[in-house]
Design a protein around this ligand. Structure first.
Ligand SMILES: [Zn+2]
Length: 160
């Protein structure tokens, strides 16, 4: 199994990023997602892997968000894989709302992608029309459906 040895953290002006020390082809597994410590609330070092499950991901906490990412975190199979061809020395990034429902520390995205979502706060704050263009983990899809059903019920009640 591929390990995290192929990844290195770069720090520049206190800004951390995760760099790949080797090339990967689209679809290739890069490493397993560590689940050393699972907590019930998100923080800057966790990735959400279930409704109330957030795991400390070690080195992977240095992964930055991108609206046009090159890796996917598959929290069902606990694998990180390339969703684009990656060159040696490339920074790795993933789409945070693909794992995060409601983030502890939202921020403004300046990635410059044409499909930039601007406010990165978690999937619950994004319209379906945006989310449907991205890989989403099972827990995010489930919570999204639940939110839609609750909204529908609420609207039915309002109509009397
Ligand atoms: Zn963006």
């Amino acid at each position: 199994m591929a390990s995290m040895d192929t990844l290195t953290i770069k720090t520049e002006n206190k800004f951390r990023s995760l760099i790949s020390k080797q090339a990967y082809k689209k679809g290739e597994v890069i490493c397993e997602i560590p689940t050393e410590k699972v907590v019930n609330k998100p923080n800057r070092y966790t990735v959400q892997i279930g409704r109330d499950r957030h795991t400390n991901v070690g080195k992977l906490a240095a992964l930055n968000h991108s609206c046009d990412p090159n890796v996917i975190l598959d929290t069902e199979n606990l694998l990180m894989y390339a969703c684009k061809d990656i060159e040696k020395g490339d920074e790795l990034s993933f789409f945070y709302p693909a794992t995060e429902w409601e983030m502890d520390a939202p921020f403004i995205c300046l990635c410059g992608a044409s499909n930039c979502i601007h406010v990165v706060a978690g999937a619950r704050f994004l319209p379906l029309s945006t989310l449907e263009h991205h890989f989403l983990n099972k827990h995010i899809r489930e919570m999204m459906i639940e939110l839609l059903e609750n909204t529908e019920q609420h609207l039915v009640k309002l109509k009397g």
